[in-house]
Write a protein that binds this ligand. Structure first.
Ligand SMILES: Nc1ncnc2c1ncn2[C@@H]1O[C@H](COP(=O)(O)OP(=O)(O)O)[C@@H](O)[C@H]1O
Ligand SMILES: [Mg+2]
Length: 345
């Protein structure tokens, strides 16, 4: 019963939107509204068919005079002659309804982006103050701390850092959505970037009992990249490979010397839980997580890979994944090497 009333409500909504569209000039504008044009085309055969059937069934030859006679004899033909116009109006109104919907979606999208950006900025300011006070207290300048107090502050520091990264991800997403996400490309030594990421994640890996193995070749050429942004990509990939690993598992980082296309492929391999096949193309969508249940034991909000994908696109590179459930995953990404051609002096 409830479902029926819901359907009736949406039906009435459609009817209301349709009639509203009939009152909009766009419905009748063939040049702006292709639906109207197609409606007219769709309606054109109708009078020909009805008059044709009439002529055929009365065995009359199709001369202009006979056609005029048939039309005056059966005035309902006028109704069919009007069909191209009627179809034009009905199709045109459907086009306007669609246009109105798209406009509304665009407006909502803009509103959402503004909201996202506003909330993230507003959250960041007090968080920076909190982080400042925590590190001030930890420096013991305002007074000595006992062991318990120090432990509490350490946990607060870790949690605020976590929150900070979440807010940075939300800010990045809002920058991507308004087209303000930019990269600053220079010559970058990826060994340095990856070593820094490994160093930052070593404690996490030790806690999770995951071995980090760095197999980068020594003679790796520099890439043409934004160092900070690539650090962000690599950190997220290595962090994922630890987070979704099993205890006693391994993460290895490899790179393949560029072929003819002058691009280096990096690969982060783990021995973790793997990704189901039907999720492989979705994990790069914003907020997508394979397990998004409330009981989920992994931290994160599903933005890391979406941001990584955008960063690599801005480097004329790409990211992709191969994975087998229960066996592990391999995340690959490719970026151009640095050459003087990239950066003419
Ligand atoms: N190495 C991996 N092994 C298994 N699943 C992964 C791995 N990396 C990413 N995923 C899946 O892709 C999802 C999206 O990853 P990401 O965008 O980094 O978001 P988050 O780490 O915040 O969940 C993860 O929630 C997880 O389900
Ligand atoms: Mg992640």
């Amino acid at each position: 019963m409830k479902k029926l009333s819901l359907d009736l409500k949406s039906f009435l909504q459609v009817v209301r939107e349709f009639f509203r569209a009939l009152g909009q000039g766009r419905t009748y504008n063939i040049t702006k509204n292709w639906y109207c044009f197609f409606g007219i085309l769709w309606g054109i055969p109708v009078p020909f068919v009805t008059i044709g059937i009439d002529l055929y069934s009365s065995a009359i030859s199709p001369t202009v005079q006979n056609v005029m006679q048939i039309i005056t004899l059966h005035p309902f033909h006028f109704f069919f002659i009007l069909h191209p116009l009627l179809f034009g109006i009905v199709f045109g109104a459907m086009g306007t309804v669609r246009y109105n919907k798209e406009q509304k979606i665009q407006e909502l999208d803009k509103l959402k982006s503004n909201f996202l950006s506003m909330v993230s900025h507003e959250l960041r300011t007090p968080l920076t103050t909190i982080q400042g006070y925590i590190s001030f207290l930890r420096s013991q300048k305002p007074g000595e701390l006992n062991q318990k107090q120090e432990e509490c502050l350490k946990i607060s520091e870790e949690e605020t850092e976590h929150l900070n990264r979440l807010i940075e991800d939300l800010l990045d997403l809002s920058r991507i959505e308004i087209g303000a996400f930019k990269v600053n490309l220079k010559s970058v030594d990826m060994k340095e970037v990856i070593n820094k990421a490994i160093f930052a994640l070593q404690i996490f890996a030790d806690n999770q009992k995951v071995i980090l193995e760095n197999n980068l070749p020594n003679d790796l050429p520099n890439v043409y990249a934004d160092k900070e942004r690539l650090f962000q990509v690599v950190t997220n990939l290595i962090e994922n490979s630890i987070k979704f690993n099993r205890r006693g598992g391994k993460t290895s980082i490899n790179a393949f010397i560029p072929g003819k296309n002058n691009k280096i492929t990096f690969c982060i391999t783990d021995t973790g839980i793997g990704i189901p096949e039907d999720s492989l193309d979705k994990i790069f969508d914003k907020f997508y997580q394979v397990d998004s249940s409330q009981k989920r034991k992994y931290a994160g909000c599903g933005l890391g890979l979406a941001i990584a994908k955008r960063i690599l696109e801005l480097h004329q590179g790409k990211i992709w994944v191969e994975s087998k459930i229960e066996e592990g995953s391999k995340f690959f990404f490719e970026i151009p090497t640095y050459s003087l051609k990239n950066n003419p002096l």
